[in-house]
Design a protein around this ligand. Structure first.
Ligand code: ADP
Length: 159
């Protein structure tokens, strides 16, 4: 059983994240989308909301499950008997940070491997923060976020 964990803030989950999840689920028997609590980053959506939205957005995907985690990523990955951490790489902006994280996780847990996936080029510049900004400004979101997220953002900003 090859199990992988895809960690992130998912504030909110976007079509870029879903593209990575789809690619990963072709290579692993199970992909756990692990929603980090990260409340110190003042997310737009609460931890519970981010978990719920990720769950709904991946509902049709076999082999994919969503869980929340708090604390050290490598502890969570080990507790789920997974051997792989999945991350996505966009344009050069991700590289330094991802490199640092992957090497730190390797120091902490040498048996785990970080695997990077490239999204379809149409998602190369897409981020959760872009989606949040667009939503705040009332922009069209359907090319960037799944329908459940589009609806949740509309509700959030219509208040
Ligand atoms: P974090 O706060 O951990 O960076 P994110 O939810 O922003 O959490 O991202 C989780 C992972 O998904 C990161 O590896 C990030 O680079 C990747 N990612 C985010 N958006 C995209 C995208 N459009 N294409 C590919 N990877 C992406």
């Amino acid at each position: 059983m090859k199990r992988a964990v895809y960690p992130g803030s998912f504030d909110p989950i976007t079509l870029g994240h879903l593209d990575i999840i789809e690619r990963a689920s072709r290579l692993f028997d199970e992909v756990i989308v692990a929603v980090a609590r990260r409340e110190e980053k003042n997310p737009l959506f609460s931890w519970e909301e981010r978990i719920e939205l990720a769950g709904q957005a991946t509902a049709g995907m076999e082999r994919v499950k969503v869980e929340g985690f708090d604390g050290l990523l490598v502890d969570f990955v080990r507790s789920r008997n997974a051997g792989t951490i999945i991350r996505g790489l966009r344009a050069v902006m991700d590289f330094d940070y991802e490199f640092q994280m992957a090497l730190t996780n390797r120091k902490l847990a040498g048996e785990l491997e970080t695997v990077f996936f490239l999204p379809s080029e149409k998602y190369f510049y897409l981020s959760s923060s872009l989606v949040r900004e667009l939503a705040r400004a009332g922009g069209e979101l359907s090319c960037f976020a799944p329908p459940v997220v589009v609806e949740a953002l509309k509700r959030k900003f219509s208040r």
